[in-house]
Design a protein around this ligand. Structure first.
Ligand code: PLP
Length: 455
């Protein structure tokens, strides 16, 4: 369809673009897939091949699907009126989206705009540090993070990253970030009945080891995404909350992936009765129609930054230039309206349950599928060479499954590519508009691909 232009595009791309997460040596001689169009849950490449996109733009982003004219119209209308003004002044779409967002997040009240998940997390880290200086004599500055969670690509966010291969060779990292053990029950670290309680107790052990007077916050994904689609074990979050309360540790929930519908509730934390102090979000906030991220916090935290007017350092001395772009909140507002008007939270819950059943069927049929898990339309199937030892399959075999699905016109993902011991969780996160037929097509392609690769 676009063949005439394609060779020029690919030549320019190969000559000048440095791609994300790409080993460029093999890329140079490859025939890259150039995606040029999207509608609903499908995308088309430049050769005219249609794919069912079961990864929402590759990285869990396009929650409401492609080609949404109401979002494009809202953005256009806003851009011709006022595209930008610095976030210190505020904007009409910023105020409107904040109000709508806060309606969905009881207990929270303040929205801070920026433009990437990493940046939103950094804002929370800075707030925690400033609170430590203002309230705790500069002591409660440490921030805990969990093995296998990911919080972003900037150096401090990377320092809070529980996937070692992501920060290898990027040191020295930022001091003051401390890891706690992961909570994936499939790969048990303790042989106990109440696994959720035990995995959370491990956080208390770290706090006691570090000294509670030094620990300011803990940053956790509600359901871990890139670390292998890890749903928390029963009782885990209740215990985490108790521990946070006991030691005055602020609870920062990273909803960059789960946020805005992905798991069937507005936010992943809402499944578990969590009362967070900070929530960060990015990808699904505007489904990729505009760049927007935000940090949402409580009035209590907000008040700490204005309680002593005589102190010239009293306020949050932070800015994000593009946090003042108006297209982001305009798109986010239209995105949220689509989710409400089309009942997409309900659809996500129903289709997520259906998809999990289909994945369970695959696990029955294919020995290589060791575990399936997920929440809403955020699902994973972990591949193991041996069910007894849980030895992961070779990374290239998992990649082959992804490629075989692609050959059938279905894009799926695989998490954790080079993380020793834990890689190879096939990952599904189709748009929240997915139908039963879409799920059948996705899991059908996986069935064929698993047979082709593993027999
Ligand atoms: N937090 C989580 C859980 C993520 O998965 C990601 C990105 O994948 C980020 C933070 C970083 O977001 P961004 O790439 O927008 O900086």
């Amino acid at each position: 369809m676009y063949d005439n232009d394609l060779s020029d595009v690919v030549a320019a791309d190969k000559a000048h673009v440095w791609h994300h997460l790409t080993q460029h040596k093999p890329f140079e001689t490859s025939d890259p897939r150039v995606i040029v169009e999207g509608k609903g849950i499908h995308v088309w490449d430049a050769k005219g091949t249609r794919y069912l996109d079961a990864v929402s733009g590759g990285v869990w982003t396009v929650n409401v699907g492609y080609g949404r004219e109401s979002i494009a119209d809202a953005v256009r209308e806003q851009l011709v009126k006022l595209n930008y003004f610095a976030g210190s002044a505020g904007s009409i779409p910023g105020a409107k989206f904040s109000e709508k967002l806060i309606e969905k997040m009881p207990g929270l009240s303040r929205v801070y705009y920026c433009n990437s998940g990493s940046e939103a997390n950094e804002k929370a880290f800075k707030m925690v540090r400033q609170i430590a200086h203002k309230r705790f004599g500069g002591k409660k500055t440490k921030i805990l993070f969990r093995e296998r969670d990911y919080h972003g690509t900037t150096i401090a966010a990377l320092s809070a990253c529980g996937q070692p291969e992501r920060h290898m060779q990027y040191g020295p990292l930022t001091p003051g970030f401390v890891e706690v053990p992961h909570c994936l029950e499939y790969r048990k670290q303790w042989d106990v009945e109440d696994y959720g309680q035990r995995a959370a107790d491990a956080i208390e052990e770290v706090i006691l080891r570090e000294g509670p007077e030094t620990v300011g916050a803990i940053c956790l994904e509600p359901v871990t995404a890139g670390g292998g689609v890890i749903t928390p074990p029963k009782g885990y979050w209740e215990r985490v909350q108790e521990i946070c309360k006991k030691y005055e540790v602020l609870l920062h929930i990273d909803e960059v992936v789960c946020g805005v519908g992905r798991t069937g509730t507005w936010f992943g934390y809402q499944h578990y009765g969590i009362k967070p102090d900070f929530v960060t979000m990015a990808k699904g906030v505007a489904s990729g129609y505009a760049a927007i991220a935000c940090l949402v916090t409580t009035e209590e935290v907000f008040d700490m930054f204005k309680d002593d007017a005589s102190d010239p350092l009293n306020y949050f001395r932070d800015i994000s230039t593009f946090g003042g772009c108006t297209a982001g909140p305009a798109a986010a507002l239209a995105n949220m309206e689509i989710i409400e008007n089309e009942g997409l939270l309900e659809n996500t819950t129903q289709m997520g349950e259906y998809c999990l059943t289909k994945l369970e069927e695959l696990m029955e049929k294919h020995k290589v599928v060791g575990d399936v898990r997920g929440k809403g339309l955020f699902l994973g199937a972990e591949l193991v060479a041996d069910r007894a030892t849980k030895e992961p399959v070779a990374e290239k075999l998992a990649q082959q499954v992804v490629a075989e699905c692609g050959a059938q016109g279905v894009m799926i993902g695989v998490t954790n590519r080079s993380l020793p011991g834990f890689n190879n969780t096939l990952c599904l996160s189709p748009a929240l508009i997915a139908t039963k037929d879409n799920i059948d097509e996705i899991t059908g392609a996986m069935d064929v691909a698993l047979t082709r690769v593993f027999g």
